[in-house]
Design a protein around this ligand. Sequence first.
Ligand code: ZN
Length: 160
Amino acid sequence: MQIAQHTVATLEYTLTDDSGQVLDTSEGRAPLAYVHGTGSLIPGLEKELEGKASGDAFQIRVPPDMAYGERDEAIIQTVPRSQLPAEVEIEVGMQFQAESEHGMHVLTVMEVQGETVRMDPNHPLAGVSLNFDVKIVEVRAATSEEIEHRHVHGPEGHDH
Ligand code: ZN
């Protein structure tokens, strides 16, 4: 069976950046299962998976515009230190979750300047090309409930 709209594909993968650093991997845990065609993966990866079958293995490089987008320097914010939790010592690279009209997103501390903090709302992987090493483990038809929920049920997904 080939990966197509509303199939459930299970895959093993390792994600690295261009310097070879591993950003994410399914190694040592359960493979990733997803419902194809529901936008649950980054667009560049989902597109390449289309038509692949169980046993297929391949490597792809997904540019930022097909992954988490380009970095936007214009959205960097300078916020008063007092807006951040007082009990935490703020350090560069520290990440905070914030809620906006687009849902939850991550703000990364870029710089601490006295009473102000420069925060970067860009996705941590914005501007990064993603190198995927993928092996397809299984492809099956999604159930109507899985299509409706846009996620996988059963042993490889959640149960409810
Ligand atoms: Zn569900």
